[in-house]
Design a protein around this ligand. Sequence first.
Ligand code: ADP
Ligand code: MG
Length: 267
Amino acid sequence: MNAAPISTAITEAAATPVLIRARDVTKVYTLGDQVVRALDGVTFEIAEGEFVAIMGPSGSGKSTMMNLIGALDQPSTGGLEIAGQDIAHMSSDALAELRNRFIGFVFQQFNLLPRTSALAQVMLPLAYATPKPADARHLAEVRLAQVGLANRMDHHPRQLSGGQQQRVAIARALVNNPKLLLADEPTGALDTKTSEEIMRLFTQLNGEGITVVLVTHEPEVADYARRRILFRDGRIVDDRMQPGIPLVSRPTSAVAPAPDAVEAAAS
Ligand code: ADP
Ligand code: MG
């Protein structure tokens, strides 16, 4: 019987919409007469609600990939869709709009403004939102409270620990209510204990339905993610689910549930 697998596949596709779809993506940099193939034919899908760690040695193309799925840059060739929109063929205005509506980005070095309060940092992206929300201050306060900084809103970066600064950066990434949270080595500048706190925060946010994709060198950090994608020389060399970590939102096709389980979850 061939019918059953097909109907299961349709049920799954409906249950977990694909948020990121990369098809044979390349990114080539040319510096003088030197050509660097930073990405060399990368294909994968990430469904809504996933928590993915991207790993791999330095120079393997991780940050290049993150910049593409963050709509900060475009592939040289290949197809890349984010939330159903074709990144490869969009104007820079359309990319900016997509980033504003769907994507939050967190960096290793926090990228905060020096003489600016936590509250003002988190309000900043809302100044570029269309329409501009009337309650920007309230939205920023809610996000700072969510990351555990309700009593640090008036502090400047130098008055905050590294972990607190990264929480401000996460609140700033969340203030536009993104579907997708991207983090490029978010714990790279933090000690072990603080890294664990930040990873618990990402886990909590994923539990609230946000798709999380992060880059890390550290296996302890990657352990928080349900799926691990390994890059080497601009290619994916491994892509696997980690046992024992349930997907908070919904199952993906890699762990196909019985169709009645899907119906039970949907009801
Ligand atoms: P990773 O984040 O895994 O360390 P990157 O994606 O930053 O790797 O880099 C992949 C490769 O692309 C490296 O060889 C790097 O030197 C090169 N590269 C990255 N960005 C640029 C750029 N803007 N111009 C030229 N080469 C680049
Ligand atoms: Mg990098």
